[in-house]
Every structure is written in structure tokens, then in C-alpha cells.
Design a protein around this ligand. Structure first.
Ligand code: ASP
Length: 653
């Protein structure tokens, strides 16, 4: 494990170039790559060491070196393993009388103390090499040592294999960052971002432009954090994305913009979200969907880590309607099958009341998924828990169907289904002896959503039982296109809201429907999905002020005054334009194979949005709120909290 992280880290550090680049981008990139191939980063410039711990090999034998690092562990007061960001190296603690002071320092300093050692690189005696350690052929014969800072007793050991709660890791994040895993993730992130900048700016002429983070509120869309100002009753907002600014940059003739943009959404806790997150934000003038898609495919190909299989382009694409019908979601995980099959036609003349009922309603369907080898891997209690999941979360009856009738656990209806339409079902769904079919009936969208969720639940269950469905080395990219422009509002289905955001252009062939059946209009919005996670989304924008006004005022019933600056800008010669944003945290999380996006962010917020290290958000005394004309109106039950204003608060520990 150790050596695996280490060698990946070392490879990445010593040769920062991508091997597949010149194949893709021709001569321009070749020039750039040849130029940068010579630039191997100098890791010990300007500092009090000659080398890093992790870089030393047999080729360094005989060299006098000075190293700085943390004491990882000590064995029998003879060996000490020193660690820095680059790796581990074994140090020989001198045993002779004349070096007593060096021995004292190295033997007495507690683990995780910071020391500087100087000495000679020597080969390990034959038979004592450690092939698991990249530096395992050598050791350092120390001549002098200095204790730079002693370490007190730590709240947890700095060893990747030591289990610690996430709350503890976040409370002592600076210690957690010392782990090889976190070091690897953050360096991987930095390298990928660097390559993205290179691709965008140097290969394709993009301009990196910062946009404000104190903004005016945007109507509609995600919930924004508000920031008080010194003007009574006036507030800024933190941007949920630089959307308006990037469009205005196009009006300003900047033509190709990008930014590694910090964005903020006050959306409560979600396992794969953070209140503040980073997007690779992009906008271009005179571009269509194909142009944006090719740009992103090239960008990912170029910045992809060299130790992974190269990214194959172009990425496949699927319409929103198809994604919903076959996978029950707009972010299908296409690494495995188990697709949803519409079997309504098989049951047109059914006697089974449940199915008859469903089919007689508008949009009524019967659909199913087939879990091959299901009888082998799933237990009766698994099937029951899947059915319960559908009942609890969707109020939907799901019937398990088996080829062998005696397996019809709890489902006499399913038995008659199988007998009636047996051969047709077997043909349509490719049912085998050991398959389990999960069948349900009802309104198209709902049934798709239920089966889509069950499909993923089943995959988790099967994998927990040892079947590999989703190859961890596989990266399955997918464009989802032709989204509806509007969706019914969740809280008031009679009204419309934007499926992406209100600046998204309608599909040109549906333009006429905008004035008659707006809910039928498809948009020029595209999402990028990786292994079932949405990692990006964007659209071609409306650049016609009149159309934008109509969408905002008439269809979305938004207060157009809030966006008068944008509407005016569109009237002053706005070029056609479009863009996209990639969610950097999620992308890196998937590439790193990390369990949570918090594992690829240096200082993330907790699941509930707290900074457990510094205790933010925190209360402020009333005098400090005065300049902002703000008073806290404490909810009754928080009186107790108010009195404990200055107590350290660890909501998640
Ligand atoms: N601003 C959009 C978002 O954050 C992306 C885009 O349309 O470019 O999702």
C-alpha cells in the first residue's frame, strides 16, 4: 500500500509531462511537451536540505546529503525512518561514543518530531534491502542531527492504515494531511489542474480571469449564501457560479475564458456536496455543442494521470429521455448493464389486476430489470430489502420474478405473471435460470426512477457479495443531451423552473414550442457524466435579449429588474456563446478513487457544513454585528446555545 502510493507520487513528481499528448494535439503540443520535458521540478531549491527523503536510490550512494523530515518510527534505537512529502528513508542511528549527542537526539525525539540529519548515503548490507520501499536499497549513515521541533502526544498516529473517524481527521486536518493518501490526492489534483491550465491557456488561447465573489443575488437556481454589508438592509451574495460574469466577458470580447472558480451553494448537507466547491469554469464565443464537447474531451485526455489508461474520445452520448428510460436517471452509470426494459406490451391483455390498473392510466407502463446470477448472489432478505426500499422511498410495489416458480418469495402475483407471459419475457429480457427479475408498474417517470435506484442498490449488493460489476480501473464517460428546457417546480408543479439555468438556449428545432407548449421544449444543455456521477454541465446560451426577457419574465416569472444589466448587455452586440463547468472536486475524487470529495479538498467542511478545526461558523458578539445593522433573533430552543457562546462546539465529533 505504502510503496504503491509512494511510487505513484514519485513518478508524478519527477516527470510532469503527459505521454499521450502529442498523439492528440499535433505539432503545437509537441513543441510544448518537448519544452516541458526538460523541466524536472527541483524539489530542494531554496531550503535547508540537499535532497528529499523519497528520492534517494542506489545511484546516490556515496553522496553527502542533508535531509529534513518527520520521524515516522524508530527500531531498537538503531534505525529511524524519516518521512517527508516525497517518501520514507531509513537512517542509521550512530552507536559509537563519539556520536553520543547525535544518538541522544535521534533516540529521544518523540515520533513525528521534525529533525534535520546530515550524513552519507550508503548501500544496505546484502539481504537487508527492502523491496517494498522505493528507497529500500540504501540508508543514511548519519553524522549530525538537529531536533527542529519536538512533537507532543498526537491525537492519532500518522499511519494510513490507522482507522480514525472523519470528525477527528477534520478536527486535526493538518495532521491528517501528513498521510500519504492525502498527500497523493492533493498532489494529483494540483498536477491535473496544472495540465488543464496548460491545455486551455497555452494550447488553446484561453484567458484565465477572476470574477467577483461578492455579488448581487441571482434569481432562481441554487440557494446562495448572503453576506451583510455596512449599508442598512443591503446584502451581497456569494456566487453559486460565475455564470453571469462569464457571459458578460463574452459580451466584452474576451472570447475564450476559463477560471478555477470557487463557488458557493447553501444547499444543506449532501454526502457528495460541499458548501464551497471548485469548478473549472469555461465560456467561449461562436461555439456550438460539438465544439464544447470536443474541447472538454481534449482537456480531460490531456490532463489525465499517466498511470491510468488513456481516455478514449469522443465520449458516447445519450439523450435525457433515453437515460431516464434505460437507467432511470440523468446520470447513468454505464459501467454495467441491468438496464430498465419496458415490458408493457407483454401485459396488454393481462388478468393481473395490479398491472391492468397501471396500464389503464395515462403514461402507465410495466417495466423491469433483470439481475443475472441474482439467485446465486442475492438472498431472500436482500430481495425483501429492495422491495422495502421501493415501498418506503417511492410508495411503489416491486415484484420479484424467477424462472423457477418455487422461488417466488412472497409474491404469488409474480408467479402468475411468469406463467402467463413466460416466453415473451424471457426473450425480451434475456432471462436465464439464475436471473432475478424485479418488475413494477405505474407512471413512466416514477417507474423509471424506482428501477434506476434499485439497479444501483442491486449493484452494491452484488458487489458486497463478491461479484465485480464496476471495474475500479474503468472510467466511463457519457454526455447526456437534449434535456428539457424546463421542469415543473417541485414545490408548485403548475409553474416552471429551468432544468439547468435560465440562460440556457432552447433547442433550435423546438423554438416554436416556447410560445405554445414550453414544457415540451428541449434545451441546448449538456451534462458530462463519469461512472454515474455528474462531473460537469453547461449549455449554449440565449444571446438574444428579447428571448431572454421572455424566458425570465413570462415563463419563469422572475423579477427581470434583478438581471437588467445582463439583458442590456445582450442588446449591445452579444456574440453567440456557450460554456460549461466541470466539478473539480468530484472529478478528482473519482480519478483518485477516494471515498468522499472531502478526501480531495485540503480543508473541507464536514458533512453538515462545519469547519471542525476552527469551529466555523461561529457566533459574533452583538457589538461586531452592529456595523452591519444586524441582530440575531435567537430561536427559543437556542437560548441555551446563546449562553454557551464561547464554548468550543463540535457538532459532529
Ligand atoms: N454555471 C453552470 C453551473 O455551475 C455551468 C454552465 O452553464 O456553464 O452548473
Amino acid at each position: 500500500m505504502f510503496s504503491c502510493w509512494l511510487s505513484r507520487l514519485c513518478r508524478g513528481l519527477s516527470t510532469p509531462t503527459g505521454r499521450i499528448t502529442h498523439r492528440i494535439h499535433g505539432s503545437l503540443s509537441r513543441r510544448l511537451m518537448l519544452g516541458s520535458r526538460r523541466r524536472i521540478p527541483e524539489l530542494s531549491s531554496f531550503v535547508a536540505r540537499t535532497n528529499t527523503c523519497g528520492e534517494l536510490r542506489s545511484s546516490h550512494v556515496g553522496q553527502e546529503v542533508t535531509l529534513c523530515g518527520w520521524i515516522q518510527y524508530r527500531r531498537q534505537n538503531i534505525f529511524l525512518v524519516l518521512r517527508d512529502f516525497h517518501g520514507l528513508v531509513q537512517v542509521l542511528i550512530p552507536q559509537d561514543e563519539s556520536a553520543a549527542s547525535v544518538k541522544k537526539i535521534l533516540c529521544e525525539a518523540p515520533v513525528e518530531s521534525v529533525v534535520q540529519v546530515s550524513g552519507k548515503v550508503i548501500s544496505r548490507p546484502p539481504g537487508q534491502e527492502n523491496p517494498k520501499m522505493p528507497t529500500g536499497e540504501i540508508e543514511i549513515q548519519v553524522k549530525s542531527a538537529e531536533l527542529l521541533n519536538a512533537c507532543k502526544k498526537l491525537p492519532f498516529e500518522i499511519k494510513d492504515f490507522m482507522k480514525k473517524t472523519e470528525a477527528l481527521r477534520l478536527q486535526y486536518r493538518y495532521l491528517d494531511l501528513r498521510s500519504f493518501q492525502m498527500q497523493h490526492n492533493l498532489r494529483l489534483r494540483s498536477q491535473m489542474v496544472m495540465k488543464m491550465r496548460e491545455y486551455l491557456c497555452n494550447l488553446h488561447g484561453f484567458v484565465d480571469i477572476e470574477t467577483p465573489t461578492l455579488c448581487k443575488r441571482t434569481p432562481g437556481g441554487a440557494k446562495e449564501f448572503i453576506i451583510p454589508s455596512r449599508e442598512p438592509g443591503k446584502f451581497y451574495c456569494l456566487p453559486q457560479s460565475p455564470q453571469q460574469f462569464k457571459q458578460l466577458l463574452m459580451v466584452g470580447g474576451l472570447d475564450r475564458y476559463f477560471q478555477v472558480a470557487r463557488c458557493y451553494r447553501d444547499e444543506g448537507s449532501r454526502p457528495d456536496r460541499q458548501p464551497e466547491f471548485t469548478q473549472i469554469d469555461i465560456e467561449m464565443s461562436f461555439v456550438d455543442q460539438t465544439g464544447i464537447r470536443s474541447l472538454i474531451e481534449g482537456l480531460l485526455q490531456y490532463s489525465w494521470p499517466r498511470d491510468k489508461d488513456p481516455v478514449a474520445v469522443p465520449f458516447p452520448s445519450m439523450t435525457f429521455a433515453e437515460a431516464l428510460a434505460s437507467y432511470g436517471t440523468d446520470k447513468p452509470d454505464t459501467r454495467f448493464g441491468m438496464k430498465i426494459v419496458d415490458i408493457s406490451d407483454v401485459f396488454r391483455n393481462t388478468e393481473v389486476e395490479y398491472l391492468q390498473d397501471a396500464l389503464s392510466k395515462p403514461q402507465g407502463t410495466v417495466k423491469a430489470i433483470c439481475i443475472s446470477e441474482g439467485t446465486k448472489y442475492l438472498k431472500r432478505k436482500d430481495i425483501e430489502s429492495l422491495r422495502k426500499f421501493a415501498a418506503d422511498h417511492f410508495n411503489q410495489e416491486v415484484l420479484p420474478v424467477f424462472l423457477k416458480a418455487n422461488r417466488n418469495w412472497n409474491s404469488p402475483v409474480a408467479k402468475s405473471i411468469m406463467e402467463e407471459q413466460r416466453s415473451e419475457l424471457i426473450r425480451l429480457m434475456d432471462i436465464q435460470e439464475d436471473s432475478v427479475v424485479l418488475l413494477t408498474a405505474g407512471e413512466h417517470r416514477k417507474v423509471c426512477s424506482v428501477l434506476g435506484k434499485l439497479r444501483l442498490e442491486c449493484a452494491d449488493l452484488l458487489e458486497a457479495r463478491g461479484l465485480v460489476l464496476r471495474d475500479p480501473a474503468l472510467f466511463s464517460f457519457l454526455w447526456v443531451v437534449d434535456f428539457p428546457l424546463f421542469l415543473p417546480k417541485e414545490e408548485n408543479p403548475g409553474e416552471l423552473e429551468s432544468a439547468h439555468h435560465p440562460f440556457t438556449a432552447p433547442h433550435p428545432s423546438d423554438l416554436h414550442l416556447l410560445y405554445t407548449e414550453p414544457e415540451q421544449v428541449r434545451s441546448q444543455h449538456y451534462d458530462l457524466v463519469l461512472n454515474g456521477s455528474e462531473i460537469g454541465g453547461g449549455s449554449i446560451r440565449i444571446h438574444d435579449a428579447e428571448l431572454q426577457h421572455y424566458v425570465l419574465a413570462t415563463l419563469l416569472k422572475e423579477d427581470v429588474k434583478l438581471l437588467s444589466h445582463l439583458l442590456q448587455a445582450l442588446d449591445f452586440g452579444a456574440p453567440p456563446h456557450g460554456g460549461i463547468a466541470l466539478g473539480l472536486d468530484r472529478l478528482i475524487c473519482l480519478v483518485a478513487g477516494a471515498p468522499s470529495i472531502r478526501d480531495v479538498i485540503a480543508f473541507p467542511k464536514s458533512f453538515r457544513g462545519y469547519d471542525l478545526m476552527s469551529n466555523a461558523p461561529d457566533s459574533l458578539p452583538p457589538e461586531e454585528l452592529k456595523p452591519y445593522h444586524i441582530q440575531v433573533s435567537w430561536p427559543a430552543e437556542s437560548e441555551a446555545e446563546k449562553s454557551s457562546l464561547n464554548q468550543p462546539y463540535h457538532p459532529e465529533s
